[in-house]
Design a protein around this ligand. Structure first.
Ligand SMILES: C[S@@+](CC[C@H](N)C(=O)[O-])C[C@H]1O[C@@H](n2cnc3c(N)ncnc32)[C@H](O)[C@@H]1O
Length: 359
């Protein structure tokens, strides 16, 4: 007899919550896989051992650890690897929508044999890098270039694989009424649903120096790391998968290196303002991953760099980060020194699907 009053397993709560979030953010396939995983876990099915490392953690802690997304990524990685063709057959492809129910049945059948592999994938911190965030950051870079009239030195913290560090090498299409920017022959092509006035797209931006760090960089030359990055893209978002492929190739071609470093120590060592260029420190979807004391320390370090800025050596802090308590809505902010006025430039979808420019 089931006990209706027993509290729900926090992992089940987290899976259900993430399922709803995936649905809201446009991935019905992921939502269905996670819904079925929640059902299986609630019934004590074969999914349960994969959640054992998080036993005793409440649902909030499991969400902070992105445990449901780790399961989703582990299954997608298995499908992408070629080691489970029966699973892959039910995943979306350019020609077919996929069948989440059939994929889940196949996943359950594989669960015992692939337990160690899935658990090993889930033991890693999730790694994502969304190239289309560059569509939200671009107008910020252009604002700095337009207002300073200087070439740019660009330093990205929490860069993951560095895909957004090459923002100036991509082509952007903001729709007929707004316009385009960048190299028309670029392989990485970003479009977004633009809202509000047009950004300063007539501005040219010349990047004369760039640097990037992450505490756990993704080396796109490593095939396992590369597939991990792909696996964290929701399987039915095929245009995101195609985009990450193209951007990975761009990073390889540019030989961009993302240094393994904590942003806290890296910024002062690497991103101090220099005469003759505007130094831009930028980041996206990273702030919430730092504890409050690190957020305060990094803010103070950035403030110190800003205070060293002069008219000939300006310093900009550009970021696309979640509004407090709302991971589904990003604020695009710019602080430019000398002066140091903090400006809200706009808002954006977490993956850059739309950008609202405040002008
Ligand atoms: C959600 S990912 C976002 C990656 C990338 N900025 C993007 O927008 O696609 C967050 C990244 O922050 C990195 N990170 C978290 N704390 C960090 C720190 N203190 N220093 C450097 N990187 C950090 C993680 O390793 C991870 O790659």
């Amino acid at each position: 007899m089931s006990d209706d009053t027993a509290p729900e397993d926090p992992a089940v709560t987290a899976l259900r919550f993430q399922s709803g979030a995936c649905q809201a953010l446009g991935s019905a396939f992921s939502a269905e896989i996670l819904r079925l995983a929640a059902e299986d876990l609630a019934a004590g099915g074969p999914t349960a051992p994969l959640f054992a490392p998080w036993t005793g953690r409440d649902a909030r802690a499991q969400m902070a650890d992105a445990v449901p997304l780790r399961l989703l990524g582990a299954l997608h990685d298995l499908a992408l690897s070629g080691a489970a063709p029966g699973l892959a057959a039910h995943y979306p492809t350019p020609g077919a929508a996929g069948d989440a129910g059939a994929a889940w049945r196949e996943a359950l059948a594989l669960m015992a044999g692939q337990q160690a592999r899935l658990a090993a994938f889930m033991s890693h911190e999730p790694q994502t890098n969304e190239t289309r965030r560059s569509a939200a950051l671009l107008p910020g870079f252009l604002t700095v270039a337009a207002e300073t009239g200087l070439p740019l030195r660009c330093f990205e913290i929490a860069a993951s694989a560095g895909l957004n560090s090459l923002w100036d090498q991509y082509h952007y299409d903001f729709g007929g009424a707004v316009g385009r920017w960048g190299d028309a022959s670029a392989a990485v092509r970003l479009d977004t649903d633009w809202r509000g006035p047009a950004p300063p797209l007539s501005t040219r931006a010349r990047v004369v120096e760039r640097g990037a760090c992450d505490r756990a960089p993704v080396d796109v030359r490593d095939p396992i790391a590369r597939r991990r990055l792909q696996a964290y893209i929701w399987p039915d978002q095929l245009e995101r998968l195609a985009r990450v492929e193209a951007a990975i190739e761009a990073v390889r071609a540019a030989d961009l290196a993302v240094e393994a470093a904590n942003a806290l120590t890296w910024v002062e060592r690497r991103a101090a303002p220099e005469a003759g260029a505007a130094t831009v420190l930028f980041h996206s979807v990273f702030w919430v991953y730092m504890p409050p004391e690190d957020q305060a320390a990094l803010t103070a370090a950035i403030q110190r760099l800003g205070e060293r800025a002069t008219a000939d050596a300006p310093f900009a802090w550009l970021r696309m980060e979640a509004q407090p308590g709302n991971l589904a809505l990003m604020d695009l902010r710019l602080t430019l020194w000398p002066g140091g006025e903090d400006r809200l430039l706009g808002h954006a979808h977490p993956h850059g699907a739309w950008v609202e420019w405040l002008g």
